[in-house]
Design a protein around this ligand. Structure first.
Ligand code: B3K
Ligand code: ZN
Length: 876
C-alpha cells in the first residue's frame, strides 16, 4: 500500500458539474440502510463537454446507478474505493443511485452512524461521501428534499434539514417524514436524525416580525437540562440581528443532543447536531465553565447560519474563512453577555498556551494551509483561534463601523456562494480603502511572530523612543519569513502621575491609547512631549497574536499591575511578574539551590486581595498563576518536574503568607442564593474557589473543612467539583477516597458527570495516576468508542504533566496503545489524541527518545491517513 498523498490549494479547479437539486430517500436499518439518491446535474457552461462525472463515495455498497432512467451497464462506469467515475454523461441529466450502508458498525462517527441507538450524521468535512455517491466538495450547492423512513417504535422522530412537508404511516410498523430545504447548500451541511427523542419548544420573533419555532431534541432523561441552551440560542439570535444585521431564514431551528460526537457541535442547516457535553446543563451536573461553554457553542453554531452556510467556503483550504470569522463572532457575543475583560483574558490565556504550542511544533501550518492529506486534521487552534485573532485585527485596523460595512457587503455580495478568504478581506479593503496586501501574509505564513521591544526615555528632549523588531521563527516547509503588518495597541503610563500620557507621534496627537503599525523588520517610534518617564503598556487587549518581549523590571510590572488603564494588560503584568519569579525558582530547583519566594509577588497579591478591586471576575483571574502548560511554553527545554515544583512552591508561599486573607475572601464570597449562571454569581464563585485552592496548597485544616462542607452541601456542580478536585489532588486520601466513591455512585447514571469523575482522578499530581488510568479504562462507564470518554480519561491524563511525562516512559506507551486501538475505530480522534507525543522536541533528550520510540511504534501499524499525516510530520 502506498502512502496517502496530499492535495494542494494550487490544484483547485472549479467543478465541471453542479448538482442543482438533490433528492434522498433513507430506508433506515442498523446494518443495512438503503440510500436512494436522485441528483439533478448540469455541466458548467465553461467545462469541457468530454469532462467525466466523478463522484466521491467511500464504504458504500453500490446497488444500482442510472442516468435519466436508464440503468448503467457495468462497462459504463468505473468504481474504486474512493470514486464512481462515469466517462460519458449528457449536459444536463438526472443521476439515480442506490447504495447500502451500515450505520451500526460506523465507529468513525463520520457519515451516518448510531449513537445510543439513535441515527445521526456528521458530514463536515468529507463525511457525506460515506452516505451516497456525490461531488463531496463545498462549492457544489444544491437544494435538498429528504425522505426518512424508520421504525415507528424505535425511531418515532425523523428529522432532516429545512421544513417538514409531509409524514405518514407505512406497512410493517414503518413510518416516514419528508423534509425540504429551500436554501442551496453544500452536502457537508446535510443532516439526518432519527430516534426516540423528546423536545422542548420555544419561539423567537425575528426583527422583521417572523415567528421562528425553536426545538431542542434530547433523550427523555435530559429534558431538564435544556433551559440554558434554549435561552442562549435566543440571545444569540437577537445579538446577530442587532450587531451584524443578520436574521434567521427558516421557520424552524432545531438542535439535537447526541452522546457520541467527535467535536463540540455541527452547524447543519436548520438542524444543528451537538455533542451532549456542549448543550446539556443543569446546576447539579454542569459547572459554570460548562454553562459558559454551552452558551458560546450554541451561539457559534447559530452564527454559522450566515458565516458558513449562506456564504460558504469554496474549498477546504478556506476553512478559516468560516471558522475564524465565526469564532470571532462568538467571542464578541460572549464578551457582551458576560464579563468582557474576563472573556478576553481566558481566551488569550488558552490561545497563548495551546495555539502557540501548535505553531511551534511539527504540525504548524498557516491559517490557510497550502496542502493537506486529511482535512479533518486541520480543525485546529490555528484555523479557529488564530483565524479569529486575524479577523479581530481587521476589526481593530478598520474600526467597528467599517468592519461592519465590510461584513454587510460580504454577506450581500456572496449570499448563496462558495468563496475565498480574498473575497472576505477584499470586502473589508473595499469599504475602508485600507491597503491590506501585507496583512494577507497572516493567512499564508505559519509560526508565532515575536516582537523584541525596547524603550528609552530621553529626559532632555522629553521624548520616548520605542523600538520594535519582529521575527517569525521558521516552521516546517517555511524556512524564511516576511515581516507582517502587526497592529500594536499601546499607551505610555507616567510613573509620577500613574496616568496614561498623551501620545504624540511625528507631530500628530494620537490620544492616550493608540495603535501603532509595525510593518517593517524594525521600526523606532519617537513619542514627543512626554513630560514624565513612562512605563510602556504594549499590545493592549492582546492586539495581535504575537509574543512580545520587553525588558520590564519587577518594579515596572508591579506598577502596571495597579496603574495600567487596560484591564487585560493589568492582568498580563501580573502574569509576567509571576513568570519572572517562576523562572528563578525553576532554575533554583534545577540547580538544587534552596527556593526563595519573591516578596514582590507576595506584596502584589496582598494588594489585590485587600484592595478595593470591584470586579471579582477579573480579580479571580489575577489571582490565578500561569498554568504549568503555559510556563512550559516559556522554557527553552521543558523540565516538567522543575515547573511543577516551582509552581507549587509559589502557591504554597502565597498561601502561607496570605492565609488569613484567603480565608476572609472565601468566607466573604459564600452565598445561599439559588444557582444561576449570571456573571455576578460566576465571579463570586470563581473568587471563593481560587481562595480555597490556595488554602489547599498547604492543606490548611480550615481549608479542608471548607472543602468538606462545600462538597457535602451539594449546592451546585461548580462548587462540588471544585471541592472534590482539591481533595482528590491533596494528600488527604482519607477524606478524598470516600468522597470520590460517593460521587461516582451518585452519578453513575449520568455520562457527562462521569466524564468529570474520570478527569478529576487522572489529573492529580500523585504518582499512582498511571495505574488509575489503567484501572478506570476497565470501568463500566468508560468506552473507547465514545470520544467524550476518551477525552475525559486519556486526553486528561496526557495533560497531567508530571505523570504523563514519567521517566519510565509508561505514560507515553499508554497513550500510544490507545492511539493504535483508536486508529482502527475512529481515526479523527486518534489523530487528535497523538498530539502530546508530537511535541517531543520541547523536552530533554531522554524524554525525546522515549516519545519518538512511541511515534515510531505507531508508525509501524497500518495507519489511517489521519494518524499517518500527524505521525509523519512529527517524525520528519
Ligand atoms: N464546523 C464544525 C466542524 C466539524 C468538523 C469535524 N470533522 C464545528 C464548528 O466549527 O462549528
Ligand atoms: Zn465553527
Amino acid at each position: 500500500m502506498s502512502d496517502p498523498q496530499p492535495v494542494y490549494l494550487s490544484d483547485y479547479q472549479p467543478p465541471a458539474y453542479q448538482v442543482t437539486h438533490t433528492e434522498l430517500t433513507f430506508d433506515l436499518d442498523p446494518a443495512a440502510t438503503r440510500v436512494k439518491a436522485r441528483l439533478h446535474i448540469e455541466r458548467h457552461p465553461s467545462a469541457d463537454s468530454q469532462a467525466p462525472l466523478v463522484l466521491n463515495g467511500e464504504q458504500l455498497t453500490l446497488i444500482s446507478v442510472a442516468i435519466d432512467g436508464n440503468p448503467l451497464p457495468d462497462a459504463a462506469y468505473q468504481l474504486t474505493d474512493e470514486v464512481l467515475h462515469i466517462a460519458d454523461v449528457p449536459e444536463a441529466f438526472m443521476l439515480e443511485s442506490e447504495v447500502e450502508i451500515a450505520p451500526s458498525s460506523n465507529t468513525a462517527l463520520e457519515g451516518l452512524y448510531q449513537s445510543n441507538g439513535m441515527y445521526c450524521t456528521q458530514c463536515e468535512a468529507e463525511g457525506f461521501r460515506r452516505i451516497t455517491y456525490y461531488p463531496d466538495r463545498p462549492d457544489v450547492m444544491a437544494t435538498f428534499k429528504v425522505t426518512v423512513i424508520g421504525n415507528a417504535t424505535s425511531e418515532p422522530v425523523l428529522l432532516a434539514n429545512g421544513n417538514p412537508i409531509n409524514q405518514g404511516e407505512l406497512e410493517n410498523g414503518r413510518h416516514f417524514a419528508i423534509w425540504e430545504d429551500p436554501h442551496p447548500k453544500p452536502c457537508y451541511l446535510f443532516a439526518l436524525v432519527a430516534g426516540n427523542l423528546h423536545k422542548v419548544e420555544d419561539s423567537f420573533e425575528t426583527v422583521s416580525g417572523r415567528n421562528v419555532t425553536l426545538q431542542l431534541w434530547v433523550e427523555q432523561e435530559n429534558l431538564d437540562k435544556t433551559e440554558h441552551a434554549m435561552a442562549s440560542l435566543k440571545r444569540a439570535m437577537a445579538w446577530d440581528e442587532q450587531v451584524y444585521g443578520r436574521e434567521y431564514d427558516l421557520d424552524l431551528f432545531m438542535i439535537v443532543a447526541v452522546n457520541d460526537f467527535n467535536m463540540g457541535a455541527m452547524e447543519n442547516k436548520g438542524l444543528n447536531i451537538f455533542n451532549s457535553a456542549a448543550v446539556l446543563t443543569h446546576p447539579n451536573t454542569a459547572t459554570d465553565a460548562t454553562f459558559q461553554n454551552v452558551e458560546g457553542i450554541v451561539a457559534h453554531e447559530y452564527f454559522h447560519n450566515w458565516s458558513g452556510n449562506r456564504v460558504t467556503c469554496r474549498d477546504w483550504f478556506q476553512l478559516s474563512l468560516k471558522e475564524g470569522f465565526t469564532v470571532f463572532r462568538d467571542q464578541c457575543f460572549s464578551a457582551d453577555t458576560n464579563s468582557a475583560p474576563v472573556k478576553r483574558i481566558q481566551d488569550v490565556s488558552f490561545f497563548r498556551t495551546a495555539q502557540f504550542a501548535e505553531d511551534a511544533g511539527p504540525t504548524a501550518h498557516p491559517i490557510r494551509p497550502d496542502h493537506f492529506i486529511e482535512i479533518t486534521n486541520f480543525y485546529t487552534l490555528t484555523i479557529y483561534e488564530k483565524g479569529a485573532e486575524v479577523v479581530r485585527m481587521l476589526r481593530n485596523l478598520l474600526g467597528w463601523e467599517d468592519f461592519r460595512r465590510g461584513s454587510d457587503l460580504y454577506f450581500e455580495r456572496f449570499d448563496g456562494q462558495a468563496v475565498t478568504i480574498e473575497d472576505f478581506v477584499g470586502c473589508m479593503a473595499e469599504v475602508s480603502g485600507a491597503d491590506l496586501n501585507q496583512f494577507m501574509r497572516w493567512y499564508s505564513q505559519a509560526g508565532t511572530p515575536e516582537i523584541d521591544a525596547h524603550g528609552e526615555y530621553d529626559y532632555a528632549h522629553a521624548e520616548y523612543h520605542l523600538t520594535l523588531r519582529q521575527r517569525t521563527p521558521a516552521t516546517p516547509g517555511q524556512p524564511e519569513k516576511l515581516p507582517l503588518h502587526i497592529p500594536v495597541r499601546m499607551g505610555l503610563v507616567g510613573t509620577k502621575s500613574g496616568q496614561d500620557l498623551t501620545l504624540t507621534l511625528s507631530g500628530e496627537k494620537l490620544g492616550k491609547d493608540a495603535v501603532i503599525h509595525l510593518t517593517g523588520d524594525e521600526q523606532t517610534f519617537v513619542f514627543t512631549d512626554v513630560a514624565e518617564a513612562p512605563v510602556p503598556s504594549l499590545l493592549r487587549d492582546f492586539s495581535a497574536p504575537v509574543k512580545l518581549h520587553f525588558p520590564y523590571s519587577r518594579e515596572d510590572l508591579a506598577f502596571l499591575l495597579t496603574h495600567d488603564s487596560d484591564g487585560f494588560n493589568r492582568w498580563d503584568a501580573g502574569q509576567r511578574l509571576a513568570m519572572l519569579a517562576l523562572d528563578d525558582l525553576i532554575a533554583a530547583h534545577r540547580n538544587g539551590v534552596e527556593k526563595v519566594m519573591d516578596t514582590r509577588v507576595v506584596e502584589a497579591f496582598r494588594t489585590l486581595l485587600t484592595g478595593a478591586m470591584s470586579d471579582k471576575a477579573v480579580l479571580a483571574e489575577m489571582l490565578t498563576l500561569p498554568s504549568e502548560a503555559y510556563i512550559a511554553e516559556q522554557q527553552p527545554i521543558v523540565d516538567v518536574d522543575a515547573i511543577h515544583a516551582a509552581r507549587e512552591f509559589v502557591r504554597q508561599s502565597l498561601a502561607v503568607a496570605l492565609r488569613d486573607e484567603f480565608v476572609a475572601v472565601y468566607k466573604a464570597n459564600q452565598s445561599d442564593e439559588p444557582y444561576a449562571p449570571t456573571p455576578e454569581q460566576i465571579a463570586q464563585r470563581s473568587l471563593k474557589n481560587i481562595a480555597l485552592t490556595y488554602l489547599m496548597a498547604i492543606e490548611d485544616e480550615e481549608g479542608i473543612a471548607f472543602c468538606e462542607t462545600q462538597f457535602a452541601a451539594e449546592h451546585n456542580m461548580t462548587d462540588v467539583r471544585h471541592a472534590l478536585t482539591l481533595l482528590v489532588h491533596s494528600d488527604r486520601d482519607d477524606i478524598a477516597s470516600p468522597a470520590l466513591k460517593a460521587f461516582g455512585e451518585k452519578w453513575a447514571h449520568d455520562p457527562l458527570v462521569m466524564d468529570q469523575w474520570f478527569t478529576i482522578q487522572v489529573s492529580r499530581p500523585q504518582s499512582d495516576v498511571l495505574d488509575r488510568v489503567q484501572y478506570l479504562m476497565q470501568h463500566p462507564a468508560f468506552s473507547i468508542k465514545n470520544p467524550n470518554k476518551v477525552r475525559a480519561l486519556i486526553g486528561a491524563f496526557a495533560q497531567n504533566r508530571v505523570n504523563f511525562h514519567r521517566l519510565d516512559g509508561k505514560g507515553y506507551a499508554l497513550l500510544a496503545d490507545v492511539v493504535i486501538e483508536l486508529n482502527r475505530l475512529n481515526p479523527e480522534i486518534a489523530a487528535r489524541l497523538v498530539t502530546p507525543l508530537t511535541r517531543w522536541q520541547r523536552f530533554d533528550e531522554e524524554r525525546q527518545q522515549l516519545m519518538r520510540d512511541e511515534l515510531v511504534r505507531i508508525k509501524q501499524e497500518p495507519l489511517s491517513s489521519n494518524v499517518f499525516e500527524v505521525v509523519e510530520k512529527a517524525l520528519a
